[in-house]
Design a binder for this molecule. Structure first.
Ligand code: PLP
Length: 455
């Protein structure tokens, strides 16, 4: 590609590109960071400046940027074929990857349906769950058409996944377009929606879910949940046992459990999948973000033989799952995913994470001393630092102060790329990041918070 003048690129970016989740009126007033290359844990901009990637390029990068094994896998596949369709045809990498995914995901998940984003993986899980109950045992369960999700949930930005979302800021305006959904309280212990104390709450939020299920079990098709960590809500970490309890309730009240592991999957929580921490097998699991090691868009919805079998019949019976995306099972993306999963094994990545998770934990202790750090939430390599105007009352910073945004601009000046969720500073380092680099991420984050909010 021709080398372009950074000044011209900046001008064209502002003139032609509409960025996601971005107030463009503000964006065009600031200097954009234009990435040209990546190297391991670093992003390198068009002027040659290097930045540690503290959010894994929006929660996707696993083994680092420009990893030789991943580059090679994609180039080798590229020399065979870039794309062929899964509608009526099969291709080699999608078969091998499906087999691999069935082997590594929790027991019982045996059928892989591909798509290309977290939102589509969720959309597919919702439609599968819905159609399953329509068709199971000749339609005995046709009344089961609704979904239960958690308040503060984020499952993607398509209309179906927004319908099960619970974030008013993102989702409020679309309300007239959405299907109705039942919401159970989030296990947000720092700001308990039921105003209980963690020490003696008996997980009252799960009791609420049980009440909902008890009352509505005839109408409910599935419960959808982000296992262990509600990511986009601000890294809300569920107490130990919450997920297991949800699984138990779904079984007891005969509804399906959809585990949205789009963010937490592929090592982020310290295990390959978050469900493993509590020995949980969901009925449907959604994977995306980290599935290709952060290389290419790919997603998978994986389900059980039980769900799959409800769709079997002659063509005239019309039980087919009529859903697909043009690039479903793309060979390049599947080849990248296979190579990434192989690297987990070859480089013993999960074992290597444990000391890094402990280092994060140790170092984050010192953040409590900052006067405006209200809460620190960590699960594995996922961290949320909630900044508050008043620590005692937990009074949030007003939106217009843009505290999170100001902190990440400070961090950028110091060579770290991070992205906040409102007033929550998120750290989601590249999983293969060295301890030394991790230390730097923490030091820069600490300084940046201190500079913006005071020491
Ligand atoms: C990011 C995310 C999604 C949406 O994934 P996209 O690839 O952006 O569509 C869905 N669920 C969770 C939990 C996520 O974090």
């Amino acid at each position: 590609m021709t080398k372009y003048d950074p000044v011209l690129l900046e001008q064209w970016d502002k003139q032609y590109v509409w960025h996601p989740f971005t107030q463009m009126q503000q964006y065009v007033r600031e200097k954009p960071l234009i990435i040209a290359r990546g190297e391991g844990s670093y992003l390198i901009d068009v002027e040659g400046n290097r930045y540690l990637d503290g959010v894994s390029s929006l929660w996707v990068t696993i083994h680092g940027h420009c990893h030789p094994a991943l580059n090679r896998a994609i180039k080798e596949q590229l020399d065979k074929i870039a794309h062929s369709t899964l509608l009526g045809l099969a291709n080699v990498p999608s078969i091998l990857l499906a087999k691999k995914l069935v082997e590594i995901t929790p027991p019982g998940l045996n059928k892989v349906f591909y798509s290309d984003a977290g939102a589509t993986a969720v959309e597919i899980a919702l439609k599968m769950a819905f159609q399953y109950w329509q068709q199971k045992e000749g339609g005995r369960f046709r009344s089961k058409t609704k979904f239960i999700s958690l308040v503060e949930a984020y499952h993607g930005d398509t209309i179906g996944s927004v319908s099960v979302g619970g974030m008013p800021l993102f989702h409020g305006i679309f309300k007239p377009l959405l299907f109705e959904c039942l919401h159970a309280p989030a296990p947000y212990c720092y700001r308990c929606p039921l105003e209980r104390e963690r020490e003696n709450c008996g997980m009252a939020c799960a009791d609420r879910l049980e009440e909902l299920l008890k009352e509505h079990q005839q109408e409910v098709a599935a419960v959808i949940i982000e296992p262990l960590v509600q990511g986009a809500a601000g890294m809300i970490t569920a107490p130990e046992g919450f997920l297991r309890r949800v699984r138990g309730l779904c079984t007891r009240y005969n509804v399906l459990l959809i585990a949205d592991e789009v963010a937490v999957g592929f090592g982020r929580t310290g295990r390959l999948f978050a469900c493993e921490h509590e020995g949980v097998s969901p009925d449907l699991m959604c994977l995306a973000k980290g599935i290709t090691g952060g290389y290419l868009p790919l997603a998978a919805t994986i389900t059980t033989d039980e769900v799959y079998s409800a769709f079997l019949g002659t063509p005239e019976e019309c039980k087919t799952f009529y859903h697909g995306h043009t690039y479903t099972g793309n060979p390049l993306a599947c080849a990248a995913a296979l190579a990434s999963i192989e690297l987990f094994e070859k480089e013993n990545l999960l074992a290597a994470l444990q000391p890094k998770i402990e280092l994060l934990h140790r170092k984050l202790e010192s953040f409590w001393e900052l006067p405006h750090v209200g809460d620190i939430r960590q699960r594995g390599m996922m961290v949320g630092i909630e900044l508050v105007a008043d620590k005692k009352t937990k009074q949030p910073y007003p939106l217009e102060e843009q505290v999170g945004h100001r902190v990440i601009l400070e961090a950028r000046r110091r060579g770290l790329v991070i992205r906040p969720l409102g007033n929550v500073i998120v750290l989601m380092p590249v999983l293969a990041m060295s301890e030394e680099e991790l230390n730097q991420v923490l030091e820069i984050t600490y300084e940046s918070i201190a500079v913006v909010t005071g020491k």
